[in-house]
Design a protein around this ligand. Structure first.
Ligand code: H79
Length: 571
């Protein structure tokens, strides 16, 4: 054995251990459970209703329910039909691999036997049982990774927590005291008493980076393998946790180069509402799962048990049907990664090594799946459901056609396996030009090099960040069909410390060098006019943006626009 092979063998387990995200990237699909005293109110308080489309677990805040009244209501919380085994089994049957339960939501009520606060389900209610413990045990039995949600900043019960302005004088709040007395000690309990946790799901990011780091430190100290979601810190700050979270029910347009998860709910609310019966169909859930996985992320899908603990029957019905699909087609989901090819009229694609999984949501005319842009040789094609039956493949120019035929289509998603030579390769996207449409060069069409990375901007948008030196660039390949003079506009945000950093925009053989203008904190993108360039001839052209010299993060780049000037206009 060569010395480097031996070294590689020794280093491999270490590297694997360090990759806390390993299981998370593999597992793809998780169950979110929103359960608390609000579940009992089911979207209604003294005749006032939470409209469908709003969050029923927000009822205390929505109707400014006084702490005394909400506490009194919580005294009667007695979910005798709560069955942790049934929930964990449902998750497993649906194909979900991890489960995240609300140990404390914004209402401040602990759904476990907390010694820090009497305001918890064991001590405060006639139920006297600990649903978090029961779920932890049930998940262990079912082979589901157990995780907790903890709202670490918002607390409408505690006088010093965020959010309650109707009982407490906001000017008298001492937030550090809330962290000291309740939030951090409860986090310690959850990390100590409920076995190994897969991840902690924080919500409503905390104000300062220092406060977020206190939670990170505690988690790392007590459970070093436990993941921390992206909302431990606020969306205005750089990521402190282990992965990015999309906004609630968010679906990115794809192409992100950092791992992410999107929390979505099965109807419109997270906590149970008896008015909200707008359940997603099983086909929709399967297709969302596939879309999310095909874009390189995880799907955390929420259920909201009712006040007595029962899982709403429509939830069970949908998840069972989703499970019927995932049990058969799991190979095309778990352990796969994003596909470089996107935007097929018939569906999406996931990848594992030299296999591509084509997911057809609809059946194209003639039963033929077509795709273009794949550079690899294709060895064979078959339906995942019937591997023995080879499908006819035809390749003309750039277009690959796979004939599935009239039979064997799945109602939700038909998976066709393409065995190709090596990992799927594609050419970088070519940006073409319409007659009046400017070149719109955004993160999605860019090819990044060096440290430049396409990421969620933690405020519902996307940008390119983390570029510090001249080798960290983003590039676009354009096909110019209308030579002429073009105005160049750039859109970005830049915190104060980036102001003055120099960057170059290279357009063919012309180069514009400019200094970054500070735009303040947060992600309020501003557009800057960089002047006019001339695109002399029709044909391919490369555009590149990069820092001129080494330093900190250049900017949070959103897009570059090349807008043609009309021939007669005097600029
Ligand atoms: O736990 C779920 C939500 O309760 C929580 N995140 C998911 C996972 C969440 N925390 N904050 N938000 C969601 C933003 C919430 C905004 C709204 Fe509203 C709540 C919109 C409608 C209800 C704020 C309060 C605006 C109107 C009432």
């Amino acid at each position: 054995m060569k010395w480097f092979a031996l070294l590689a063998m020794m280093a491999a387990p270490l590297a694997a251990q360090q990759d806390r995200l390993g299981w998370f990237r593999h597992d793809k699909f998780g169950m979110f459970v929103h359960f608390g005293p609000y579940s009992m109110l089911a979207g209604e308080w003294k005749g006032q209703r939470i409209p469908v489309g709003d969050n029923a677990e927000w009822i205390m805040q929505r109707f400014n329910i006084p702490v005394r009244d909400y506490r009194e209501m919580a005294h009667g919380f007695n979910p005798t039909k709560f069955d942790a085994s049934a929930i964990a089994k449902l998750a497993r049957l649906a194909g979900m691999k991890y489960l995240v339960v609300t140990a404390k939501h914004h209402d401040g009520f602990a759904m476990y036997g907390s010694r820090v606060s009497q305001y918890n389900i064991v001590d405060w209610t006639p139920f006297h049982r600990d649903p978090v413990k029961e779920l932890a045990d049930a998940c262990q039995r079912e082979g589901i990774r157990f995780c907790v949600y903890y709202s670490h900043r918002e607390d409408w019960d505690h006088p010093d927590g965020y959010g309650n302005h109707w009982d407490y004088d906001v000017s008298k709040k001492d937030f550090p005291r809330y962290l000291r007395e309740k939030s951090l000690p409860q986090m310690r309990e959850l990390l100590t008493d409920y076995g190994p946790l897969g991840l902690i799901w924080f919500d409503r990011g905390i104000d300062t980076r220092e406060q977020a780091l206190e939670f990170v430190k505690l988690v790392r100290e007590l459970q070093p393998k436990c993941l921390i979601n992206g909302r431990v810190g606020s969306y205005g700050q750089d990521l402190v946790g282990d992965y990015q979270n999309m906004n609630d029910n968010g679906m990115p347009s794809g192409g992100l180069e950092e791992y992410w998860e999107t929390p979505q709910t099965l109807n419109q609310t997270w906590g149970y509402s008896r008015f909200d019966q707008e359940w997603k169909t099983p086909a929709n859930v399967v297709q969302r799962l596939v879309e999310i996985v095909s874009k390189g992320g995880n799907y955390l899908l929420n259920i909201g048990p009712m006040g007595d603990g029962t899982v709403p029957p429509p939830t069970v019905a949908v998840l069972e049907q989703v499970g019927a699909w995932t049990q058969k087609n799991g190979e095309s989901i778990y352990g796969t990664s994003a596909c470089p090819l996107t935007d097929f009229p018939w569906g999406r694609c996931t990848v594992r090594g030299d296999r591509m999984y084509l997911h057809a949501f609809t059946r194209p005319a003639g039963g033929v799946l077509r795709l273009s842009g794949l550079k690899n040789d294709v060895r064979s094609a078959y339906r995942l459901a019937e591997p023995g039956q080879r499908l006819e493949i035809d390749r003309k120019d750039d277009v690959l056609s796979v004939t599935v035929g009239p039979r064997g289509w799945d109602e939700f998603d038909t998976v066709v396996v393409l065995e190709v030579s090596g990992a799927p390769q594609t050419d970088p996207p070519l940006v073409t030009q319409g007659s009046d449409i400017p070149f719109q060069l955004d993160y999605r069409l860019a090819v990044t090099t060096g440290r430049a990375i396409k990421r969620f901007n933690r405020d519902g948008g996307f940008h390119i960040a983390k570029w510090t030196g001249p080798e960290d660039a983003c590039e676009w390949r354009l096909l110019v069909s209308q030579p002429g003079r073009y105005r160049v506009l750039i859109s970005y945000t830049a915190p104060r410390e980036s102001a003055g950093r120099r960057y170059a925009v290279r357009i063919g053989d012309q180069s514009l060098e400019r200094a970054v203008v500070g735009t303040g904190e947060g992600y309020h993108y501003r557009e800057f006019d960089l002047g006019v360039v001339e695109l002399k001839k029709a044909g391919p052209l490369t555009v590149r943006v990069a820092p001129v010299s080494a330093g900190g993060n250049l900017m949070y780049f959103q897009h570059l626009v090349l807008r043609q000037l009309s021939g007669v206009a005097v600029e």
